[in-house]
Design a protein around this ligand. Structure first.
Ligand code: CAA
Length: 379
């Protein structure tokens, strides 16, 4: 067992930290307040290779391992979780799904541009009545010979109005249940494809979340990913890796809040000394640091499993379940350490607390992670 990061890992981590501190930190409070998508920053992330980190270089990706991805996600999420969700969806749902299951033509047409951030992607599974119960897809993709006729609504879609490529999960044959579901590549601008209003969210307010409406959209058959009926397995398999990205996002939110709490506690004085000298604060910091370290180990374990081509469904779910709870607990305590200053926007921790909540909800709620974990345990 070797807990040492390689030179390459440390370099990726340092580059992500530098980018987050210099490019994402300025303006992050205003972007949150005004729900402004970090368009310029995302463009730069693409140029630096953060949007297609694990994609094979032959498709313009960074060819990096999942550990590098986790390290970069943590650093970016410490500062701006709205930017890191774009990074997570593009890397681990859209690029990974296309690279793993798309055909060569699809990879050349879409992946080569998604990997550089020239365009970004969205993953469209959730519906008004199908969130956790993902097999209950109401969106239909009727087989019309050489195309599918797509009808329905998708909800809470990250990158909803900024993506160019949408991986849409839809039911083709209801009688076959989840084995009658397909995954289709839908391009922005296809006739009948409408983008709904932007959601006004509690957290990750800089991210671009919309509902999407499809009315008789003709999607060519060559845009189906995998065999007929593979769509649900495509979604589940892709989400299994996506959960490692969200776990790393949660880890970053927690460690960002912790670092701010440490800094503040060394500066702020109460009862004649820095508050870091009070045991009440020391114990909070000790709990935060211990939980964060445990969350980090779970994230790295899941990433290592994926890199070693071992099963990572359970370890990814455990990482997400635990890290998202740590994100919530740590950010609440970080606000507490800051006292009244923690309750106002300038000190960043209240935003991190609001951002933490979504990590317990998207890419499978904490309750869904427990289902995934317990099914593996009881196999
Ligand atoms: N890889 C491949 N196939 C898988 C799989 C995996 N990891 N997990 C399940 N499957 C397959 C099963 O083998 C099964 O196929 P067979 O019957 O042919 O064997 C099929 O999928 C159905 O599986 P289940 O019977 O287990 O299905 P279920 O109805 O009991 O549901 C569930 C399972 C785990 C609850 C699933 O519905 C689930 O994960 N729900 C949560 C959905 C979710 O994570 N949504 C997030 C939205 S995306 C998002 O948030 C992105 C964003 O923008 C940030």
């Amino acid at each position: 067992m070797n807990f040492q990061l390689t030179e390459e890992h440390l370099a990726v981590q340092a580059a992500a930290r530098e980018f987050a501190q210099t490019e994402l930190l300025p303006g992050v409070i205003e972007r949150d307040e005004h729900q402004k998508f970090p368009a310029e920053q995302i463009k730069k992330m693409g140029e630096l290779g953060f949007l297609g980190m694990m994609v094979d270089p032959k498709y313009n990706g960074g060819g990096m391992d999942t550990i590098s991805y986790v390290l970069a996600m943590e650093e970016i999420s410490k500062v701006d979780a709205s930017a890191s969700v774009v990074m997570s969806v593009n890397n681990s749902l859209v690029c990974w799904g296309l690279e793993k299951y798309g055909n060569e033509e699809q990879k050349q047409k879409y992946l080569t541009r998604l990997a550089t951030g020239e365009i970004i992607g969205a993953f469209c599974l959730s519906e008004p009545e199908a969130g956790s119960d993902a097999t209950s897809q109401r969106t239909t993709a009727e087989d019309k010979g050489d195309y599918y006729l797509l009808n329905g609504t998708k909800n809470w879609i990250t990158n909803g109005s900024t993506a160019s490529v949408y991986l849409v999960i839809a039911q083709t044959d209801v009688a076959k249940g989840h084995r009658g579901i397909n995954a289709l590549i839908v391009e922005r601008g296809m006739e009948g494809f409408q983008i709904g209003p932007k959601e006004n969210k509690l957290g990750i307010r800089g991210s671009d979340t919309h509902s999407l409406m499809f009315t008789d959209v003709k999607v060519p058959k060559e845009n189906r990913i995998g065999e007929d009926g593979f769509g649900f397995k495509f979604a589940m398999s892709t989400l299994a890796g996506g959960r490692i990205g969200i776990a790393a996002q949660a880890l970053g939110i927690a460690s960002g809040a912790y670092e701010l709490a440490v800094k503040y506690s060394k500066e702020r004085k109460a009862f004649g000394v820095e508050i870091a000298k009070h045991q009440a604060i020391q114990f909070k910091l000790a709990d935060m640091a211990t939980n964060i370290e445990a969350a980090r180990l779970l994230c790295l374990q899941a990433a290592h499993d994926k890199d070693m081509h071992q099963d990572y469904g359970k370890s990814g779910a455990m990482a997400k379940l635990f890290a998202s709870k740590v994100a919530m607990d740590t950010t609440i305590e970080a606000v507490q350490v800051h006292g009244g200053y923690g309750f106002v926007k300038e000190y960043h921790v209240e935003r991190l607390m609001r951002d933490a909540k979504i990590t317990q909800i998207y890419e499978g709620t904490s309750e869904i992670q427990k289902i995934v974990i317990s099914r593996e345990l009881l196999k």
